[in-house]
Design a binder for this molecule. Structure first.
Ligand code: SER
Length: 317
């Protein structure tokens, strides 16, 4: 088995930052980025890059053998809002890509897998406040269904085939480098772009919709923390609850107003409101904090300051 790392879905919101971080830690030549298309040229040009359709077992396997890969981060997925528009496409991509990678680990072609789950595994019947690690899970989005089934598969492959797969349930991830695509928590990024460029935001959720969120730096840190932990410390092999901050659009808008006093916001909920209403308000992540010492850094204020500072910087032309 090889020793290099492959990121599938490397051009996406989390994939791109994870790739950069892994490249700075492991060396550029040791981290292979891949995606279905070259949608992030900065990333594509920053080191080894391969076009891979994550639905193709053969394309992934060929890339792994060509580059001597031992560890795979599977970051390709259709997210919640896009998934509701294309349910079968979401099922197809999210499930086939995971089974491809788990099977490659089962066949000992790779040795370690990271696969992200999501707060979308929870549903309207789940306790909403401080949602426990183990609780009722009846997701109502196709995205959530794929994450729930995926968690069962991860645990199954660990229990039955000894596959070293590690996973966390990401909350909404807030970042400034690469735009998110097709999620329900995307409002918490759009709002910054609109606040800076237009001074106004039309929010697709109601003002009091509380959702669990996290700044990108913390999400990347959590991902590396669980991947670097001793195998024995990773006791949960479905997926870990992970939390940092929880807030409503109104609370975020108030925080932004402290720095952009003229900022205004309107609330015009669309189909994504129903998705957000089915998810927890906040998450209990005691298990991650105990098992592999997870600790977040950014709170609402420091995250808002960082977003406004980074996005407010004049662009170099
Ligand atoms: N951020 C994701 C979404 O909104 C949740 O995992 O779909």
């Amino acid at each position: 088995m090889g020793s290099k790392t492959l990121i599938i879905g490397a051009c996406g919101q989390i994939g791109s930052e994870l790739t950069n971080r892994l490249r700075s830690e492991l060396g550029i030549e040791n981290v292979i980025a891949s995606d279905i298309r070259e949608s992030n040229l900065e990333l594509v040009n920053s080191g080894p890059f391969e076009i891979i359709d994550a639905k193709s077992y053969t394309e992934i396997k060929n890339c792994i053998q060509k580059h001597n890969v031992g560890t795979v981060y599977l970051m390709a997925a259709l997210l919640s809002a896009t998934g509701e528009k294309f349910p079968e496409k979401a099922w197809d991509l999210n499930m086939s890509s995971l089974l491809n990678v788990l099977n490659l680990a089962k066949e000992k072609i790779i040795s370690k897998v990271f696969w992200p789950s999501s707060i979308a595994v929870f549903g309207p019947t789940t306790p909403k406040q401080n949602t426990p690690q183990r609780t009722i899970m009846e997701p109502t989005t196709v995205y959530g269904i794929t994450k729930q089934v995926g968690e069962r598969w991860c645990e199954y492959y660990f229990n039955n085939y000894g596959v070293d797969v590690r996973s966390i349930r990401y909350p909404g991830i807030i970042s400034w480098k690469t735009l998110p695509g097709g999620g329900t928590t995307d409002y918490a990024i759009d709002i910054f772009h609109k606040a800076i460029n237009e001074g106004h935001y039309d929010c697709f959720l109601t003002e009091d919709t509380a959702l669990p969120m996290m700044f990108m730096d913390d999400a990347v840190k959590a991902t590396l923390d669980i991947m670097n932990a001793d195998a024995n410390a990773v006791k949960i092999r479905s997926s870990y609850n992970l939390a940092a901050i929880s807030f409503t659009p109104k609370e975020l808008a108030n925080e932004i107003t402290k720095q952009i006093p003229d900022f205004t916001i309107n609330y015009e909920p669309d189909f994504r409101q129903k998705i957000a209403d089915s998810w927890p308000n906040s998450i209990d992540d005691t298990a991650a904090r105990q098992d592999w010492k997870w600790k977040h850094v950014f709170d609402l204020q420091t995250m808002t300051n960082e977003m406004l500072q980074q996005l407010g910087k004049p662009t170099i032309s």
